[in-house]
Ligand binder design. Structure first.
Ligand SMILES: Cc1cc2nc3c(=O)[nH]c(=O)nc-3n(C[C@H](O)[C@H](O)[C@H](O)COP(=O)(O)OP(=O)(O)OC[C@H]3O[C@@H](n4cnc5c(N)ncnc54)[C@H](O)[C@@H]3O)c2cc1C
Length: 314
């Protein structure tokens, strides 16, 4: 019996209803549509199931990897020999109390923003088109069009490494540009409270539609991707640098620097993780050589690095 058999057995004994999957193909769980299998994946249907999964893993010395909607994730073709806990699909509740919204980490931002609109609350319009979950968005401090999670976040409830529940005010969560205290992967976000403001539903809807139209016209939403490949370098825009260095449209296998938006690497069909990494390396090398700017990945990677797919992106 290997460690995944042991973990699976203990999880099943403690939580008979917990959805557990062995050798689950991760391309089904990432917006890039790339990635080999995970040794074991749990899809909890409640905060209690999530807590039990973290606690039992900790007791066996296993550190889980947390997954929301996989919209900022590049997974190795070989997959990941580890334990994943996915919140999207199971941790799904939203409640509204005055101008405060409380939601589970697996709720998609699009659904959260729609719920805010329905309640006549403003503040989440920027997030409507970001295809991630609340947990992923808090971890990344996701943002767009002048908005950022840090502007609306009141507090975050999470599990520590041993599976104990904690709540911290947002100001203590280390939120900065595309990072937070959760970026180190050690804690599972269960949910968060958002502080919104009463607003005019017609104006909220109009702003969401305006931003949606901007996205559709500028971003390659018709192809699988993980959004912006690189972080915005200080004083520059990644897409502009990439275009300036002649990388727009550059291809490796099925991976391409989008013709529509050079900040996106897209999967034009059948791209492997290897294709995407090779393309990323080419873009980085050209941009560094021609402009002196070192592009840093915004996309998170899993199962990649020394001994992984043979690339080191650190
Ligand atoms: C077409 C497209 C457009 C995009 N546009 C934007 C944009 O405008 N702005 C922007 O900021 N991003 C954008 N993104 C990137 C992505 O949607 C965001 O980063 C989003 O917040 C990621 O959420 P997720 O649930 O998919 O996270 P995942 O990709 O599943 O995970 C991202 C990181 O968060 C961690 N994580 C996820 N859930 C939890 C949890 N519950 N607890 C602890 N850690 C967790 C993961 O371990 C990982 O490190 C875009 C992506 C795509 C594909």
């Amino acid at each position: 019996m290997d460690r995944w058999d042991t973990l699976e057995k203990q999880l099943h004994q403690s939580c008979p209803a917990l959805d557990l999957r062995r050798e689950e193909p991760l391309f089904r769980h990432t917006s890039f549509r790339v990635g080999g299998p995970a040794a074991l994946m749990a899809l909890p249907a409640s905060r209690e199931e999530a807590a039990a999964a973290v606690r039992i893993a900790a007791e066996l010395g296993v550190t889980p990897v947390y997954l929301g909607n996989g919209s900022n994730l590049l997974v190795s073709d070989e997959g990941y020999d580890g334990f994943l806990i996915k919140t999207f699909g199971g941790l799904n509740d939203i409640s509204v109390d005055g101008a405060a919204m409380t939601a589970d980490s697996g709720v998609l931002l699009s659904r959260l923003a729609a719920a805010a609109l329905e309640a006549g609350l403003t503040g989440l319009e920027f997030a409507h088109g970001i295809p991630g979950t609340l947990g992923g968005a808090v971890t990344m401090n996701a943002g767009a069009y002048g908005g950022e999670m840090v502007q609306v976040l009141a507090s975050v409830t999470f599990l520590d490494e041993a599976g104990r529940v904690e709540t911290l005010p947002a100001s203590d969560c280390g939120l900065g540009y595309r990072r937070s205290m959760f970026s180190d992967g050690k804690r599972l976000i269960l949910g968060a409270e958002l502080a919104l403001a009463p607003g005019d539903p017609a104006a909220i809807r109009a702003r969401m539609e305006e931003l949606g139209e901007k996205r559709r016209s500028r971003q390659p939403l018709e192809l699988p991707s993980a959004g912006s490949t690189f972080k915005r370098p200080e004083g520059h825009f990644a897409a502009a640098l990439i275009e300036q260095c002649g990388c727009k449209g550059l291809r490796v296998g099925g991976a391409q620097v989008s013709e529509k938006h050079a900040g996106f690497v897209v999967n034009t069909g059948g791209a492997t993780c290897r294709d995407i990494l090779a393309l990323i390396e080419q873009v980085r090398a050209r941009v560094l050589e021609q402009t002196g700017v070192a592009l840093e990945l915004e996309v998170k990677t899993l199962g990649i690095g020394k001994g992984g797919a043979g690339w080191n992106l650190s």
